[in-house]
Design a protein around this ligand. Structure first.
Ligand SMILES: Cc1cc2nc3c(=O)[nH]c(=O)nc-3n(C[C@H](O)[C@H](O)[C@H](O)COP(=O)(O)OP(=O)(O)OC[C@H]3O[C@@H](n4cnc5c(N)ncnc54)[C@H](O)[C@@H]3O)c2cc1C
Ligand SMILES: NC(=O)c1ccc[n+]([C@@H]2O[C@H](COP(=O)([O-])OP(=O)(O)OC[C@H]3O[C@@H](n4cnc5c(N)ncnc54)[C@H](O)[C@@H]3O)[C@@H](O)[C@H]2O)c1
Length: 454
């Protein structure tokens, strides 16, 4: 395609990650002529440096934990089974290449024009590719995602971010993780299970500020038991030293020991700069998030934005759903299509996983006052008990009103990641405690605890 060519499309999508791909496929299915601009690998953060490679590493660390359980059950497992980390990475990347190939094939079949280029808006209807090609667009979908933040302290660039975790070829002997959210908790669990000694340095007073406090507390106990160090209320002032021997200095001037690797996990920032948003008169908020209404419309109603670049709930299924609904509305004759941002289930792939949907106990008490009823079950899953391991699960049900409507379900324990999805449907349908009690338990499972809670 020559640099001066100008092409007309019904939709131009910026970003071939979770939201952008979903939007492109859905618009094409409705008959729209679509161009998709993606300068990197198809699949964006989730497929390349997020959910997918993270889950692969989490699965490997679960296998490692199960090897220890197997040994406790009498299997002949070496005391320190060794991991060929490059072989694991090769399997992981093979899986990811399969996803790339499948996306390419599907884009081709859908007739979406893929342009391997960064794009920016010249005005509200014109997108320019890096090579100068200009695209005229009736509609634009902005789905450019987010990137890791770095704290503004001296030496911050000596540290890595989650992207660098995926480039590791072995477990670093000692790792410091800065942050107490999803990424710090997930990477800490994986690295510790795969052979590193990990310390978490969190600014907050506990892990996972979004989660129910009781479950976060229980997870902390599990992590402590696994040997993960945790430092709360930590104020990072500087990162010092050299590659392989890095130290943290806090606001009181105290220095840590040496770390082979420091990883920052202090949140992510919308990738909204360099998109020509000013030229197109598209509003961003003080954090750089593109401002959208309930229908994902920006301040230019024919320009839509979804996913991390909007700073809404930054999860892959949310970006996908927002893009699909927006395309159903614009091209599919469904004028009311929009995402319901209430009761979005999520899982922190910790060890064990922590899964939640709906209100935490604290949020429920804030909304409903004293009319909140909490049921909990603490138990040792059978495998942990057979191996005489101390790890307990904690399941918690938050109900409101005389009819005991279920407004929150929080599960910490083996299998929680797989158990929650079905109950999330039930919660969205407005079930009560009686409905759970009227459902026959499946025995013996962890999941049965949810319908047996009194
Ligand atoms: C370590 C980690 C683990 C995660 N784990 C989970 C998980 O388990 N479950 C979950 O639901 N979520 C998880 N997430 C969050 C999830 O990855 C994101 O919410 C999701 O990828 C957002 O999708 P998106 O389409 O908004 O952006 P992205 O998937 O990031 O895609 C944006 C794309 O836009 C491209 N782009 C940027 N600028 C331009 C431009 N100017 N022109 C054209 N293209 C451009 C980028 O190259 C990128 O490919 C995780 C995130 C991280 C970092
Ligand atoms: N399993 C999943 O679904 C999953 C996994 C990973 C990431 N994600 C998504 O990606 C987002 C980004 O993850 P994240 O962990 O980077 O962000 P986060 O918002 O979950 O956590 C950021 C943490 O960094 C802390 N922090 C901020 N500034 C700090 C500083 N200067 N020093 C020390 N601590 C500081 C915050 O207190 C918070 O604990 C998540 O919010 C989530 O939406 C989802």
């Amino acid at each position: 395609m020559s640099s001066n060519e100008s092409l007309d499309f019904d939709l131009v999508v910026l970003g071939g990650g979770s939201g952008g791909l979903a939007g492109a496929f859905r618009a094409a299915a409705h008959g729209a002529r679509v161009a998709l601009l993606e300068p990197g690998e198809l699949g964006g953060t989730c497929v390349n440096v997020g959910c997918v490679p993270k889950k692969a590493m989490w699965l490997a660390s679960e296998v490692s934990a199960h090897l220890r359980l197997a040994s406790d059950l009498g299997f002949d497992v070496p005391e320190r089974p060794s991991l060929d980390w490059p072989a694991l990475v090769a399997s992981r990347q093979r899986y990811i290449h399969g996803i790339h190939a499948s996306y390419l094939r599907r884009l081709d079949e859908a007739g979406v024009v893929l342009m391997p280029a960064r794009g920016r808006m010249l005005d509200a209807h014109t997108v320019e590719c890096e090579n100068g090609t200009r695209l005229q667009a009736a509609h634009v979908l902005l789905a450019t995602g987010s990137s890791p933040r770095r704290p503004d302290v001296p030496g911050a660039d000596l540290a890595g971010v989650s992207d660098d975790f995926f480039a590791l070829c072995e477990a670093p002997p000692r790792v410091a993780l800065i942050g107490g959210g999803y990424i710090a908790v997930e990477l800490a669990g994986v690295l510790q299970a795969l052979g590193s000694r990990v310390d978490i340095f969190a600014r907050s007073e506990r892990l996972l500020g979004h989660a129910d406090a009781e479950l976060a507390q229980r997870l902390q106990e599990n992590y402590r038991h696994q040997g993960i160090g945790m430092h709360f209320g930590y104020r990072l002032a500087a990162i010092e030293g050299e590659d392989g021997a890095l130290r943290l200095r806090d606001a009181n001037g105290c220095s840590s020991g040496d770390y082979a690797q420091v990883l920052l996990a202090v949140g992510r920032a919308a990738s909204s700069s360099g998109l020509g948003l000013e030229a197109a008169a598209i509003e961003v908020d003080g954090d750089g998030n593109i401002v959208v209404d309930a229908f994902q419309r920006t301040s230019q109603p024919h320009v839509l934005a979804v996913g991390d670049v909007t700073g809404q709930v930054t999860l892959t299924p949310v970006a996908i759903a927002a893009a699909r609904r927006a395309m159903d509305r614009v091209f599919g004759g469904q004028p009311e299509a929009k995402v319901d941002y209430e009761n979005i289930p999520s899982v922190v792939f910790a060890h064990p996983p922590l899964a939640s949907v709906g209100l935490t106990e604290a949020q429920a008490r804030e909304r409903f006052g004293d009319d909140v009823h909490v049921y909990r079950s603490t138990f040792r899953p059978m495998l942990q008990a057979l191996a005489d391991r101390p790890q307990h699960s904690l399941f918690k049900l938050v109900c409101s009103g005389a009819e005991r409507r279920v407004v929150g379900l929080h599960l910490l324990g083996e299998g929680a990641d797989e158990i929650l999805q079905g109950f999330a449907v039930a919660l969205k349908k407005g079930i009560t405690l009686d409905d759970l009690h009227a459902t026959m338990a499946i025995h013996p499972t962890s999941a049965e605890e949810v319908v047996l809670m009194h």
